[in-house]
Ligand binder design. Structure first.
Ligand SMILES: [Zn+2]
Length: 223
């Protein structure tokens, strides 16, 4: 390719090229490699038949649409790390359904608050996966917890390299809830593994005078 696009249009020009090239590249199912679908009908049905998970986080009930393993883990990583928004719907619909269920059981006026993505994740992706997931299931207009500036988790390693106590210590005080005094709250995140981040979200709501009536996640590990 020899032609050079004007600098201001470079990004959109490449996006257009990528869109055209994408029409001719083979797509295969992330579950079984069957051709022509990002997720084939069989894998979609398999996903829809999977049972959800229920666990406790900081004394609050967490409903997860899926266990975080296998195909679910693959799809979430593709979505979050590679921006594969084409796999968001089969994950997002059951997540949004859990939020609606939680709201139906909660007092009127209950707020839905999202756990914010890490600053690094947001910079890298340019979108909030939880907003996307909930939107695919028709849940919009949710609020978000704030990140407390200057209270960043310390240490170079990820959560997995730290001891449980270090993880808790590095996370406490990183989130803040606003406008929840005397109100009921449903908290939402995409993935819950150790539960440390969701526990911090619960703490932040309680510290601000709110009551967590349910936590919802797209996927959770067995606890
Ligand atoms: Zn498949």
């Amino acid at each position: 390719m020899t032609s050079t696009p004007p600098p201001s249009d470079t990004r959109s020009w490449w996006a257009a090229v990528a869109a055209v090239v994408g029409l001719f590249l083979p797509v295969s199912c992330l579950g079984c490699a069957a051709p022509d679908h990002a997720l084939c009908p069989r894998c979609r049905a398999d996903l829809a038949a999977r049972p959800g998970r229920v666990r406790l986080v900081a004394g609050a009930r967490l409903d997860a649409a899926f266990e975080y393993e296998g195909l679910v883990r693959t799809l979430l990583l593709e979505l979050k790390l590679r921006g594969r928004v084409d796999v968001a719907t089969p994950l997002g619909r059951p997540t949004a359904a859990l939020v609606r269920q939680a709201l139906a059981a909660a007092p009127p006026g209950t707020r839905v608050l999202r756990v914010p993505p890490s600053p690094r994740g947001r910079r890298r992706r340019g979108f909030d996966p939880v907003v996307l997931l909930l939107g695919r299931g028709g849940v919009r207009g949710t609020g978000r917890l704030r990140r407390v500036r200057g209270r960043r988790a310390v240490g170079a390693g990820g959560q997995k390299e730290r001891t449980a106590l270090e993880r808790v210590d590095a996370t406490v005080g990183t989130l803040r809830a606003v406008g929840v005094q005397g109100r009921d709250v449903v908290l939402v995140d995409d993935v819950v593994t150790t539960g440390v981040t969701m526990a911090e979200a619960v703490r932040a709501v309680r510290a601000a005078g709110g009551r967590v009536v349910r936590c919802v996640a797209t996927a959770s590990v067995e606890s």
